[in-house]
Design a protein around this ligand. Structure first.
Ligand SMILES: O=c1ccn([C@@H]2O[C@H](COP(=O)(O)OP(=O)(O)O[C@H]3O[C@H](CO)[C@@H](O)[C@H](O)[C@H]3O)[C@@H](O)[C@H]2O)c(=O)[nH]1
Ligand SMILES: [Mn+2]
Length: 666
């Protein structure tokens, strides 16, 4: 892992753009069309009102509205989400001119009304409107029925496909044009952007490939409707935080010297609502900020799934003409020009067919065209393939974050999210496209090291688990395996530990981190080794043995008030009795026991020299486990560790001790 990590350190790059100069060189008329894709998958885990907020924040981009189209992919196949978007389309006709006229910076309504905005009759009016919309959406979600709220015949028509047979896993495609730019105007008479709702056909018998499948459907549907050459991909919980972001991106896409090979411009994933010390290290400074800068000096950052502007052409083979992969229908080609209304019958019929669940059979979608199938981290995997084909990417890190996302606030959610990443990355690591073999040839050594560092990340669980148990169990049996403090070899151990931790800390602080957040980062790194990396590797093994696993487990974005309060206070949230916590809790007990046991012997006058390293490791483990002890014994709130988990881990610790003693005695 150490050598692979060096790929990021050789040539880091920091870029700056001057979007204010853009209009001096490019006429607004010549701006390319921009298609924005927003994915949602579950109205109960991803509240529609939040998805709507994300959509409004990009609908209100500072961009010629007739060139802007927003496509919403609803993998939840939910009428609640469609209803929410019908509401959003109406509210949007007020919200967009309001933002434009008042030069609003927070174009996500929820964010705006939470900020310090000027109170006057106009803001009052729009706020009331927003609250009413929110209320209606929330009521509908709560009751699970839209019928009470729809009045017009046209609206009824939109929900016609939701009949008795319609289930989330089995339903026909639903495509609804909610706003059409040339016809629908806002309240000041300005054209609105296009807004299209797409829920692809689903059937239990055909694989749907999760988000990658959803994005490929949107690639096709948007191709026949607007075919914008630039595409922004957004998760439903990542709001736009800066209306001028497309300008930043155009600085690169309009640059003739980079454009021919540029596949995507990636913005870092930034998050809102982190607590002070970022206890779960959700900021992921290394993955989302430091490493991409390092890769930017090579072929460019990896793709992070959200906040990424793609060149549509990049989804159709390598950058040179010779490597262009022609799609099966000429209308899907990136250079195809659309000239009929997005509501015209033949377009809608074709779109319906393109969103069919059997459409991709026998085509290149998922292998040579579009987002790649075969890994649960479709973002990383697709970016990796694009780089292998000779495309480059760019990391754009403006001071004001372009996007702000939500983070999971319970430890189990964090772990589950990372189990998915771990499985997805291992799928790449051991595929025929492994960065160490295929990648080495296609990308050259440094870039493939970077990709390998991610792909093999779960390997950390081996040393971390070993160091969490072995020295401690051995210490408990009064056996010493490390050099004595007086031994010159001790210096090597001390150097490696201090060197690695020192470098890590320095890099973190240099990337505008704080010491407390660095401490959280190293702690969560250890916790990951004992939780998601272990369970992720296990899930991966089960998967390759041919058993079905849970697939893409969507992270819940619902916020429980109590949990959220505890999170804000920086308290770890366990709450549920899950076997996932067992290795961590067991390690905590073993470390504490080893530390106490070792210290006792020293107090009794035994020599410190031999046991120091093991004692230090146990102490370090114990300090890192403080939140676990708190959750086990001190806390009484609902987020504490369930007694069942605590008891089982005590028994496991005892068991481990007995087994270890037995083995060590022979
Ligand atoms: O079958 C599915 C599953 C998920 N999604 C959407 O994918 C997005 C990401 O899902 P989430 O549960 O929020 O996962 P995260 O772990 O937060 O997402 C990160 O990791 C994913 C890969 O595992 C990437 O796709 C994301 O862009 C990246 O932000 C959400 O908008 C979902 O609605 C779908 O559209 N269809
Ligand atoms: Mn997410």
């Amino acid at each position: 892992m150490w050598p692979t990590g060096q790929g990021f350190r050789i040539c880091p790059v920091t870029r700056e753009v001057f979007p204010e100069n853009l209009e001096k060189t490019v006429d607004k008329k010549d701006f390319p069309d921009l298609d924005i894709f927003i994915c949602t998958a579950d109205p109960y885990k991803e509240p529609p009102v939040n998805v709507v907020n994300t959509a409004l924040s990009v609908l209100a981009y500072d961009y010629p509205t007739e060139k802007l189209s927003v496509y919403v992919s609803d993998d939840g196949g939910s009428e609640l989400t469609l209803f929410a978007f019908m509401e959003a389309a109406k509210f949007g006709t007020h919200w967009l001119p309001f933002c434009r006229e008042n030069k609003v910076l927070d174009r996500c309504p929820e964010a705006y009304f939470r900020s310090k905005y000027t109170l006057n009759s106009e803001t009052d009016k729009i706020k009331i409107m927003y609250e009413q919309m929110k209320k209606r959406i929330e009521n509908v979600v709560e009751s699970g029925k839209v019928s009470e709220y729809i009045t017009s015949e046209e609206e009824h028509e939109a929900f016609i496909k939701w009949n008795k047979e319609f289930t989330r896993q089995d339903h026909p495609a639903v495509i609804q044009v909610l706003l059409e730019s040339c016809k629908d105007k806002d309240v000041t008479g300005f054209p609105m952007p296009n807004l299209i709702y797409v829920s692809r056909e689903k059937s239990r018998t055909s694989p749907h490939q999760f988000k990658a499948g959803a994005l490929n459907t949107l690639l096709r549907v948007s191709a026949v409707m607007t075919n914008g050459p630039i595409i922004l991909i957004q998760d439903c919980d990542m709001i736009s935080n800066d209306p001028r972001t497309p300008y930043n991106v155009l600085c690169y896409f309009m640059d003739a010297s980079i454009r021919p090979k540029l596949a995507y411009v990636q913005f870092p994933q930034c998050f809102k609502g982190l607590n002070k010390n970022d206890i779960y290290s959700s900021e992921m400074k290394r993955w989302f900020h430091i490493n991409p800068k390092g890769m930017d000096g090579l072929l460019g950052p990896d793709n992070m799934g959200s906040g990424c502007f793609f060149m549509r052409r990049a989804f159709f083979g390598g950058p040179s003409k010779a490597f262009f992969v022609q799609p099966e229908l000429p209308q899907l080609s990136p250079d195809h020009e659309v000239n009929s209304s997005i509501k015209s019958k033949h377009i809608l019929e074709l779109a319906d067919r393109l969103a069919g669940c059997n459409y991709e059979k026998g085509t290149n979608w998922g292998s040579k065209i579009g987002f790649r199938y075969g890994s649960l981290v479709e973002d990383y995997y697709t970016g990796y393939h694009l780089h292998s084909q000779g495309w480059i990417s760019i990391f754009c890190q403006p001071k004001r974050p372009a996007f702000l996302g939500d983070i999971p606030i319970t430890l189990l959610d964090v772990i589950n999210q990372q189990i998915r990443w771990g499985v997805g990355l291992l799928e790449v690591a051991f595929s025929r496209y492994s960065p160490l073999t295929f990648g080495m040839q296609a990308l050259g050594p440094l870039m493939s090291l970077c990709y390998a560092n991610y792909a093999f990340n779960s390997i950390w669980s081996i040393p971390i688990t070993t160091y969490s148990f072995l020295p401690q169990l051995i210490l408990l049996n009064k056996i010493y395996i490390f050099p004595k403090v007086s031994d010159p070899w001790f210096i090597l151990y001390a150097f490696l530990f201090l060197g690695a931790y020192g470098q890590d800390c320095l890099e973190f602080i240099l990337a505008q981190g704080t010491l407390a957040r660095w401490w959280s980062e190293q702690r969560i790194w250890l916790i990951r080794g004992l939780t998601n990396e272990l369970f992720g590797s296990l899930e991966y093994l089960i998967k390759i043995m041919g058993f079905t696993t849970q697939g893409f487990h969507v992270t819940s974005k619902l916020v429980d008030d109590e949990q959220s309060k505890r999170y804000d206070r920086g308290i770890f949230e366990f709450g549920v009795a899950s076997p996932i916590f067992l290795p961590l809790a067991t390690a905590a007990i073993i470390n504490l026991a080893a530390l106490l046991h070792g210290t006792m012997h020293i107090l009794k006058g035994e020599n410190f020299d031999e046991s120091f390293v093991q004692l230090f490791i146990s102490g370090f483990g114990m300090v890192n486990c403080l939140p676990v002890f708190e959750a086990m014994v001190l806390r009484t709130d609902k987020g504490r560790m369930p007694i069942k988990t605590a008891l089982i881990s005590i028994i496991s610790a005892l068991g481990l001790y007995i087994v270890a003693s037995f083995i060590l005695k022979i």
